[in-house]
Design a protein around this ligand. Structure first.
Ligand code: BES
Ligand code: ZN
Length: 463
């Protein structure tokens, strides 16, 4: 059956596909906040029942945290594993949303229609592109293009704590697929599809400095009592030098320079630094001196403070000298940087900076190595061609500054290569208020998967 019939079916079914996606978007599956555990279970159950409608007997498998949705269907090679995540980031700050984050809607914008709502781009909208492509394929052909395993995670946005134990416990079942397809990344730009070949790793550390046994009046005690916010600020400001390099001892061990060939390929992409920064109200790259913006986000490691808590932050003013202050700090890692070694080095460096009478506590929040996909697998070229057939410009191989821990775990634990194809855009506001996914991303993303499935299963020549 020609691929065109599947593409036509996708076009005709678009409204119904949007209704299905909106049902999923209405479930506030915020994985990091225990108050939303039931919603995570509900999102997993929703996916199980949607897959059941396609004839896939998937299950929501329990873990220590939120369930993994897992199901396999179809026959024939290659055996593909499709991964997406159904959990989302917290929606705060709520007052910056123009609508309820969990009451999605289609909105008209100068760039066309968008689907507005938490998780629309990261990752429910993306995950459903693959499911919808399969639905159309099945409706037209009455069968599956090949053997397909669906694996949907519910903890990706909170560091995937249950992932490694789950992959290890289900190694036999999960190591059968030939290739993982991960839909959680972006297009290069509006008209240029992309296969992401590099992801940064991530290490999260929460640091709490405790001084006095209770909050104090800053008049009574100020001057004599140590202030944990000042101690924390000194720690934070010591993490970078004046050129933007990170000062943690040994931090740059395992950070490679990108090969000349890749540099040339990236240069040829014509990335526009000005509009990338300009779109968020900035004009000056603020990373390591002497590095291009693309290098700064795709191939260099970073240390960022993601949040600071301490003292009085409500309305008005309160003269308090706080007992505690804490910061959430994350490191993006590249090459073979070792998250465990960096965690240790960071902790010992910071511990030496703590003055008498203060105590420091650390809490780790996940760690993952960077991953580099091996593009020698011929599936990459096949998929690149299939994507190029759908979009205005040919597909590019790109890097990404984000982290998707499972890509590394698939390789290390299951020995499986991953191919990252996604349809997000830089302006999707993922993790921020007013997250959106372009309707075009959802629609052409679904069509793209149909083409990729067609090409990978060798049906391409027949169409
Ligand atoms: N989808 C993103 C990763 C991403 C972001 C890929 C931008 C491409 C472009 C993913 O869901 C994500 O946000 N991951 C977290 C991982 C973390 C919480 C362990 C991240 O990168 O911060
Ligand atoms: Zn994501």
């Amino acid at each position: 059956m020609p691929i065109n019939a599947v593409l036509d079916r996708i076009d005709a079914d678009l409204d119904a596909a949007l209704d299905r996606l909106f049902e999923l978007l209405r479930i506030p599956s915020i994985s990091t906040d225990p108050a939303y555990s039931e919603s995570c279970q509900q999102a997993a159950d929703w996916l199980v029942s949607d897959l059941a409608g396609l004839g896939v007997s998937a299950e929501a498998r329990p873990t220590q945290g939120h369930p993994m949705v897992l199901g396999t269907v179809g026959e024939g090679s290659p055996h593909l594993l499709f991964y997406g995540h159904y959990d989302v980031q917290p929606a705060d700050p709520l007052n910056l949303w123009d609508r309820d984050p969990f009451d999605p809607a289609i909105e008209e914008t100068p760039n066309g229609k968008v689907l507005r709502g938490r998780g629309s781009s990261d990752d429910k909208g993306q995950l459903m592109t693959f499911v919808e492509a399969c639905r159309a394929w099945k409706a037209v052909n009455g069968s599956w293009p090949c053997r397909i395993t669906f694996l949907f995670e519910g903890e990706e946005e909170s560091g995937s704590p249950s992932l490694v134990p789950f992959l290890e416990a289900n190694k036999d079942e999960l190591s059968q697929p030939d290739l993982a397809l991960i839909c959680d990344t972006a297009l290069f730009n509006r008209d240029t599809p992309a296969i992401t070949t590099m992801l940064r790793g991530l290490l999260g550390e929460e640091v709490t400095v405790t001084g006095p046994t209770r909050d104090l009046h800053s008049g009574y005690y100020g001057g004599a009592a140590i202030n944990p916010i000042r101690v924390l600020s000194r720690i934070i400001s010591s993490l970078h030098d004046d050129t933007g390099r990170i000062t943690v001892p040994g931090f740059y061990d395992g950070v490679p320079e990108i090969p000349d060939e890749m540099r040339a390929q990236w240069d040829a992409l014509g990335f526009d630094d000005k509009s990338f920064l300009g779109e968020v109200g900035l004009s000056q790259p603020a990373g390591e001196a002497g590095r291009s913006v693309l290098e700064q986000v795709w191939s260099r490691p970073t240390c960022e403070v993601n949040g600071i808590i301490g003292g009085y932050t409500g309305d008005g003013f309160k003269t308090v000298l706080p007992s505690k202050a804490s910061a959430k700090i994350s490191f993006r890692l590249v090459g073979t940087q070792d998250p465990h070694a960096i965690r240790e080095s960071f902790r010992s460096m910071v511990t030496t900076m703590v003055p008498p009478d203060c105590k420091i506590d650390f809490k780790g929040h996940g760690n993952s190595h960077a991953s580099v996909m091996s593009t020698t697998n011929p599936a990459f070229e096949t998929a690149r061609q299939a994507l190029s057939d759908e979009w205005t410009n040919p597909a590019a191989f790109i890097g990404s500054g984000g982290s998707i821990p499972i890509a590394g775990h698939f390789k290390e634990i299951l020995g499986m290569d991953s191919m990252l194809i996604g349809f997000g855009l830089d302006d999707d506001q993922i993790h921020s208020p007013n997250e959106k996914y372009d309707l075009r991303s959802f629609h052409k993303g679904t069509r793209s998967w149909a083409r990729v499935l067609d090409a990978l299963t060798g049906s391409r020549a027949a169409s």
